[in-house]
Design a protein around this ligand. Sequence first.
Ligand SMILES: Nc1nc2c(ncn2[C@@H]2O[C@H](COP(=O)(O)OP(=O)(O)OP(=O)(O)O)[C@@H](O)[C@H]2O)c(=O)[nH]1
Length: 390
Amino acid sequence: MSFEIVHTFGFTVYFVFLLFFVWVSRFEKTSPGAGWWALAICFALLARLLLFLILPSNNTHPATFAYAFFIVLEKPFLLTGLARFLRLQIRERWFWLAAAVAELWIILAWSTDAPPLLRSIGYTIVNAGFQFYIAWLAWRHRREVPGGVLMLTAAASLALGLHWLLAPYIIALEPAWFRNGFVLGSMLVLIKYSSLLAALLLRFQQRLVDAEAKAMGMAFLDPLTGLKNKRYMETLFDHALLLATRPHQLVAVFYIDLDNFKPINDNAGHAVGDEVLKTVATRLQSHTRSTDICARVGGDEFIVIGTQLEDAEQAYDIARKLLGQLTTQIPVSGASYALGASIGISLYPKHGTSLTELIERADRAMYQVKRNGKGGYVIYDTRAPGADAA
Ligand SMILES: Nc1nc2c(ncn2[C@@H]2O[C@H](COP(=O)(O)OP(=O)(O)OP(=O)(O)O)[C@@H](O)[C@H]2O)c(=O)[nH]1
């Protein structure tokens, strides 16, 4: 490949990356780093451009000087970008100090016309050191970005570090390697910047997904108990779940209202009341199937939807089990509290085919238990006073 083609390809790709980084840095809520990486790639681009413009003059001296000078400047920007992106508490001034020492070396070595190997050794060590440090940081924090892209950053940086250390010796032994080394280095640089760009975009996407999940959680979960809330039952509950039951199977809706919860609040305080409600939620959840739904729909009111029941008798068994759990003393901060519960039950499809209908009938059945002295369970009965005509 000719010198011009290699470089033109290199500039174009670097320039596109520069635009990408600038573009991504302008997204609101993007992790920091993109702006620093845009600056870093600017220096890599500038170094290449100068090499391209000066080298054809057949005087390699100013070309390699300019290249060395600008390629060193890329590194502290690159590392600062990574430190900011990963929110690392590291002393960034050491990056700039190392870069300043390398620049001083370059100026002194070139102005005193030191032999090529001596000229390059100072800045190749600093460049390689930066690359190894980037590789180590990216590897250490590889789990913080999905998709393992930071592992790619680490691998490309490690390879670039080795490249920087070995290339001057290889070129001294085999001058024809200069162009191959340049192409190889450019490829590794591109892999590294691609992985950093991917890391930015993946983290951006991860934050969106997390924010969405949090918003959904806040909207449809009860903040105290972590159970589903009333809004979930009204808007998100999948009615198809009820209908998905196999033939000859039932779904039972249990409307649970705690008995004598108010005195706990009044005597022991709201905070203890809250702990009691949390224990109730845990007990309901741990004594129902994972396919069942547990929700808190009011202060001390809960709904459990039991799916795939064989017969109505099984609904009684569940109600008995839940009642047993709720009447077992609840320990909070060294004291123990006694509760009771009134449970009304409705069955799909016998008492309704929509969740609203089933909840309303289970609620009525629950009130029947309350009226009869609390502490029990009953299945909705169309013949009971206040029930709809069958
Ligand atoms: N600690 C706590 N209490 C709550 C919360 N939400 C509602 N409550 C209280 O729960 C109580 C519910 O009232 P009731 O259902 O009449 O109380 P109860 O003693 O169980 O009455 P019965 O159902 O007739 O047995 C009220 O005192 C509300 O203030 C909450 O999030 N935390």
